[in-house]
Ligand binder design. Sequence first.
Ligand SMILES: Nc1ncnc2c1ncn2[C@@H]1O[C@H](COP(=O)(O)OP(=O)(O)OP(=O)(O)O)[C@@H](O)[C@H]1O
Ligand SMILES: [Mg+2]
Length: 412
Amino acid sequence: MKCNLMHKNIPVMSFEYDDISGSITRLYETYSTEHLPVGVICANGVIDRYDINRWWTARAIPMSRDGLIDILYTLGINVVTPLLGKNYGLSLSDQYWICPENSGITWDKVNFFDNAFSEDFGDVLIGNSDSTKDINFMSPDITSGGWLKKKWKIVDDKRVLFKGGSKPFQQEPYNEAFASTVMKRLGIPCVQYSTALIDGKPYSICEDFIDRDTELVTAYEIMKSKKQPNHISKYEHYINCCKELGIDNIQEFLDKMITIDYIIVNEDRHLNNFGLIRNAETLKYVGIAPIYDSGSSLWFNSPDTQIKAGAREAVCKPFKDNHADQIKLVSSFDWLDFDKLYGIDEELNEILKSSEFISDERRSTICNALTARIDILMGIAEQNMKYTNINEIGNDVTEDIAYSGGQQEQIF
Ligand SMILES: Nc1ncnc2c1ncn2[C@@H]1O[C@H](COP(=O)(O)OP(=O)(O)OP(=O)(O)O)[C@@H](O)[C@H]1O
Ligand SMILES: [Mg+2]
């Protein structure tokens, strides 16, 4: 089937689409290289077919999504990419989609920002329905990222993301709510999360921070679009890329992101968990995405005994592979008012209290560990220990973690 890759109403390229495998088998014409997805390889106007397929298949739910393999089995498929054509590849995080040639379909008629969408597939994904018969796949849930169970819903005309937690503690939704509370206190731009129970399981709830005019461009895509010189650290490379795009206050933002991740011991700030926002028509970068996805934190999957003993070395991303080093990248703590964190442990206690999956003992262990963590940060901020050479690349995160476990098995 011949299709156009579209960016809202702008045709980007035409190609042959194989809807059985969900892949791009042949490239025809290129209409706009500027509107290509950020990071897709295009040399001298020639788009790399492997790379555009990499980008396209990464739009689908990652195979690592909790419960996905069983759902695909009931659908009679073993990879997720064939589903991508069923919602035209439309998403609620950006403005790309594919339009079959001569179909007469327009972005205005199909986009999920202005038009209602089906919740059938989202309900199957979160385990709210086990019927995969006669599903209406016109849903942004085919193109949502991340490994946790989730679904989009329209509530009071707003696009809202419901996201679950993981076994055994189901702690992530509460962590999201807590992280946004801390960031609100500290004046850090962030997505606000609340929590709710569905069928006895906790979910975090947040509004879409993208609208019909804008889109999220992740740090992964931004950093991929420019070669990182060997003598430049990952952190410095990201700053350079953002500055080139006109985002001058990126270092102040990173100071805050690294600090909040230190406080909550975030283990999953990979390169798809932060980024910039651009206008999809003008391509102008309009700002930094508010902080989202902070749930894999606060020892979310550690047994209480390990938290107590401080035994488990927390994973750290995206720049350094341990938090003690990453916090040294913060250029200034002048903005950080520790008085604003007064009583934050009690607030965490209140939030975690609503969980049936977290024992009283675990709750108090986590709250105590958080207090200890803030004390350590106070010492660090007082000493203001920094890297003397910001391009020291020792302990840089090396693995391409943005897509770990998330890549689709596919033959291009
Ligand atoms: N509020 C939002 N508005 C727009 N897009 C969002 C929003 N929240 C999440 N997204 C998009 O959905 C993706 C998946 O969401 P999220 O990162 O919260 O899920 P996750 O399962 O926790 O992911 P991970 O695998 O990184 O732990 C994000 O990477 C982002 O592209
Ligand atoms: Mg994520």
